[in-house]
Design a protein around this ligand. Structure first.
Ligand code: FAQ
Length: 330
């Protein structure tokens, strides 16, 4: 069973008239733009949906270290190695803030990991693709972090306080990551014929999967309606995908690279780019555990968990010893 194999659980949005007085008061707080804090009353569905989204987000940050970690020892210069190492460490930090935010909702970190390892919880589809060349480090920073920020900047205004606050710091770091990736692409795109070819190849392979990061099209999105009513999500999947395309296409043009989409065209009437939808069959295939790296990524996480057992045990033993000493001294 892979992490991506899980049935969606969303339901339709309840109208104000169908709500209990408690639920209505809660919804009105959300509508007024108030933040919900962990110890306050919240509907069960709100709590569950947040645990699902924040948990998936945290897992994505942690699994997301793997494609780039692959390149730390092979980065072309010491400076590039140091930058990439710092970026991968940042992703670990993002995962930790997000696990902490999820824990405030009453789920433990052990439970969250168990759900990842047993396949009950997802992580972003993008991390099931391999990173084959150094140019992929540019494409990941530019496109993957670029898509991540597009989705996460609005989440700074999400209704759940700990999630919104975690997003503020995460977005600052992600935007640095995006620039780091763009700068790698810029050097490659101005380099030798082989380097330009590698940069174009990386864009070709990551474009579609980056578009998939925003989730299924709005008509197929299970959670959007309720999540937006609760301000767990601030925009629909298609809105953010369009925004990403509109911002990224001019950047590709600046690099002298071609976005791999024959239908891509600025629509003078709407002021937005028309573009081809990504391959949704491939998206669902990846979600069902059949992407090129699903198995490898999940095994790496399970091994890391097993190998870290002695650290967790040692920390527990240390804290128990400290607590016992404190109790004896009282
Ligand atoms: N991959 O009803 P919707 C990053 C699932 S962080 C896998 O539209 P929703 C940083 C979805 O869970 C990247 N599964 O779902 C970094 C649901 O299944 P469920 C992660 C996906 O939640 C950069 C089902 O499909 N960012 O990259 C995907 O309303 C570089 C139906 O979909 C976040 O998590 C997908 N792409 O919208 C790290 C941001 N899309 O749960 C290292 C927060 C959908 O019912 C290097 N999350 N699904 O079993 C969100 O904004 C939302 O959860 C969406 C999905 C937009 C991802």
């Amino acid at each position: 069973m892979y992490a991506q194999q899980i049935k969606s659980t969303g339901k339709g949005v309840q109208s104000l008239a169908d709500m209990t007085p408690e639920e209505r008061a809660f919804q009105e707080r959300i509508d007024r733009g108030e933040k919900i804090e962990p110890k306050e009353w919240m509907p069960d569905g709100y709590r569950k949906n947040l645990i699902r989204q924040i948990g998936q987000h945290a897992h994505s940050e942690i699994v997301g270290q793997l494609p780039e970690g692959n390149w730390i020892t092979r980065a072309p210069t010491l400076e590039r190695k140091a930058n990439l190492l710092a970026k991968v460490q940042d992703e670990a930090g993002h995962g930790l803030y997000l696990y902490c935010a999820a824990e405030t909702l009453g789920v433990s970190r052990d439970e969250l990991f168990e759900m990842l390892h047993s396949g009950k919880m997802k992580y972003s589809s993008i991390f099931n693709y391999p990173t084959l060349t150094w140019a992929d480090m540019g494409a990941v920073g530019w496109l993957v972090d670029g898509a991540a920020i597009m989705n996460q900047v609005p989440l700074q205004r999400t209704s759940f306080g700990p999630y919104a606050r975690a997003m503020v710091r995460i977005c600052k770091e992600e935007s640095f990551h995006q620039r780091q990736g763009f700068q790698i692409m810029m050097v490659m795109a101005q380099g030798s014929v082989d380097q330009i070819r590698m940069a174009q190849d990386a864009l070709n392979r990551f474009w579609g999967p980056a578009l998939m990061m925003f989730g299924p099209s709005d008509k197929d999105s299970v959670h959007s309606a309720q999540s937006m009513a609760w301000k767990i999500k601030m925009n629909t999947n298609d809105e953010l995908r369009q925004k990403f395309v509109d911002e990224t296409v001019p950047q590709a043009e600046y690099l002298g690279l071609k976005v791999p989409d024959e239908n891509l065209k600025l629509n003078e009437e709407t002021g937005h780019y028309d573009f081809s939808q990504p391959d949704w069959d491939e998206f669902y295939d990846v979600l069902n555990g059949n992407g090129p790296c699903n198995h490898e990524r999940l095994e790496a996480r399970k091994d890391a968990w097993a190998e870290g057992a002695w650290v967790r045990d040692a920390m527990m033993a240390h804290s128990e010893k400290k607590a016992a000493r404190k109790q004896a001294a009282e």
